[in-house]
Design a protein around this ligand. Structure first.
Ligand code: FES
Ligand code: FES
Length: 172
């Protein structure tokens, strides 16, 4: 028996015996995808966030890869920071992080990007939350940035979210 999933569109298969291995170690050691950052290692800082979609949840949710064993991922579609943009073209929220000087060392940034993009995807495909600022806090507020970029991160996500809402035609 084995555990099967995809990472950034590429099929992966690991033996059941590796079920206790952490997702972040698999990403780093097996796939050399080191953009997902390891920080606290105990599920607190969210630097290691990736997106995981698993039927019937096709939209995907943020998952803390330092605390997620491979055994829970059978059938999952996993996206890491390496898989969110196409070549040199960045996501709008990544461009916004740059414009707002949201990060300094950047160690927390991949986690913020993943969480923010999942939030923005939900915004594009679903209803506009009545309190956008509160919804942004829920989406990224638990991420720890030791360089204290919080306000700028929030401003960048808000700017991107407003652009998404304007595109939908139901601007607040
Ligand atoms: S490294 Fe995973 S939550 Fe901190
Ligand atoms: S930019 Fe350094 S930890 Fe966030």
């Amino acid at each position: 028996m084995s555990i099967s999933f995809t990472v950034n569109g590429v099929a992966q298969q690991v033996a059941d015996a590796r079920g206790d291995d952490r997702l972040i170690d698999f990403l780093h050691d097996d796939l050399n995808l080191t953009g997902t950052k390891f920080c606290c290692g105990i599920g607190v800082c969210r630097a290691c966030t990736v997106a995981v979609a698993k039927p019937p949840n096709q939209a995907g949710s943020p998952v803390i890869s330092c605390s997620t064993p491979l055994s829970l991922l059978d059938g999952s579609v996993i996206t890491t920071i390496e898989g969110v943009s196409s070549g040199p073209v960045l996501l709008p929220v990544q461009e916004a992080f740059l414009r707002h000087f949201a990060f300094q060392c950047g160690y927390c940034t991949p986690g913020f990007v993943m969480a923010a993009q999942l939030f923005l995807n939900g915004l594009a495909d679903g209803p506009t939350p009545p309190d956008l600022d509160q919804a942004i806090v829920v989406a990224i507020g638990d991420h720890i940035c030791r360089c204290s970029g919080y306000v700028r991160y929030v401003e960048a996500v808000r700017e991107t979210a407003l652009a998404v809402i304007a595109t939908k035609g139901d601007a607040q």
